[in-house]
Design a protein around this ligand. Structure first.
Ligand SMILES: [Zn+2]
Length: 331
């Protein structure tokens, strides 16, 4: 199966260059109707990540309210049960699975880690799986709402520092991650993040540095200079479940070397491509030189020192309103 990211390479790259300040994308653009799209899209996201449909989805009202089976019963002319209005339930907060604080070995944090892929317009993302694409307007609305609610950001590397130091960051601290190293992360996400005083961890695929539609070395250095982090997303985005442990280490360390050569900074953070995680894969990545923390796609919140190579994330797809996102985070 071709890689989802390669399918997306057909879009012509926008003009390169340092993006200006964020423009007004219309922060109130998210209508409740968008939520209906989420029900179908989170499944696509799971497929793209190599997970069974539904495993990456959120158990929100949206996923139960969009019923493809809504129809009129042929025999009675009355709506079928699935067509009857259902009560709208507000999105539930995602509960932290870790105990904040604790002893050296059991130390835990409850820092939400958000997962994005593409921040792009429809035309720029032509060919990408829709569930992986958040529009710049949606992204800006989410960032504005997070900032207004008092949230601040740290990079995943800084989260690793806190775990190592057994130190809790201030309340309402979160991590924003953007996978796959697309150029639109620089063109769109970067100025929007800067506009809110936020930073992110961008996970790059080292064999694609400078390829059409992907971040160049100069762009990654710009991101780093502004306080962002470039993390390791392997050399060629292969599912690590398909590699033996030695091959995993070789792939990850090759990617680290190439990314360090491009940015001047050796990656400390890692993201498993396609959601390919197992105890064996985690153990192999944990042995890779310089890697201190790794994120997977288990959809929850909570980090522990012992589990720092399998940190969960909340995937944020299209149609997630700022209100829903804040609700996930507890307000
Ligand atoms: Zn990826």
């Amino acid at each position: 199966m071709p890689l989802a990211t390669r399918r997306c390479g057909s879009a012509s790259p926008p003009t390169r260059g340092r993006p200006g300040p964020a423009t007004a994308h219309g922060s109130a653009a998210l209508a409740a109707a968008c939520v209906l799209a989420l029900a179908g899209l989170v499944g696509a996201c799971a497929i793209a990540a190599g997970l069974p449909p539904g495993t990456a989805g959120s158990p929100t009202a949206a996923t139960v309210s969009a019923s493809p089976g809504a129809s009129v019963a042929a025999s009675s002319g009355r709506p079928s049960d699935s067509a009857l209005p259902r009560p709208i339930r507000p999105p539930a907060a995602i509960r932290c699975t870790a105990v904040e604080g604790g002893t050296a070995q059991s130390f835990g944090l409850c820092v939400p880690v958000l997962e994005y892929h593409r921040i792009a317009t429809e035309s720029e993302a032509r060919g990408s799986l829709p569930g992986l694409v958040v529009s710049p307007a949606e992204f800006e609305a989410q960032m504005v709402a997070l900032r207004a609610a008092g949230w601040r950001t740290i990079t995943l590397g800084e989260l690793a520092n806190d775990l190592a130091a057994k130190r809790s960051p201030p309340a309402r601290t979160l991590v924003i991650t953007i996978d796959d190293g697309w150029f639109d992360g620089y063109l769109h996400a970067f100025p929007i993040l800067e506009g809110q005083g936020f930073v992110a961890t961008f996970f790059a695929i080292s064999s694609r540095i400078g390829s059409t539609s992907f971040l160049s070395a100069a762009e990654m250095r710009d991101l780093v200079a502004a306080g962002n982090e470039i993390g390791n997303h392997t050399d060629d985005h292969r599912n690590l479940l398909d590699l033996d442990s030695a091959a995993i280490r070789k792939d990850v360390e090759t990617a680290s070397e190439r990314l360090a050569a491009a940015t001047g900074v050796r990656p400390r953070s890692f993201s498993y491509p396609r959601g390919g995680v197992s105890a064996r894969v985690v153990a192999a990545v944990a042995e890779c030189r310089g890697i201190e923390v790794a994120v997977s796609e288990r959809r929850t919140i909570g980090e522990t020192w012992a589990g720092r190579f399998d940190v969960p994330r909340l995937d944020v797809g299209p149609g997630v309103s700022p209100g829903t996102l804040l609700a996930w985070l507890g307000g």
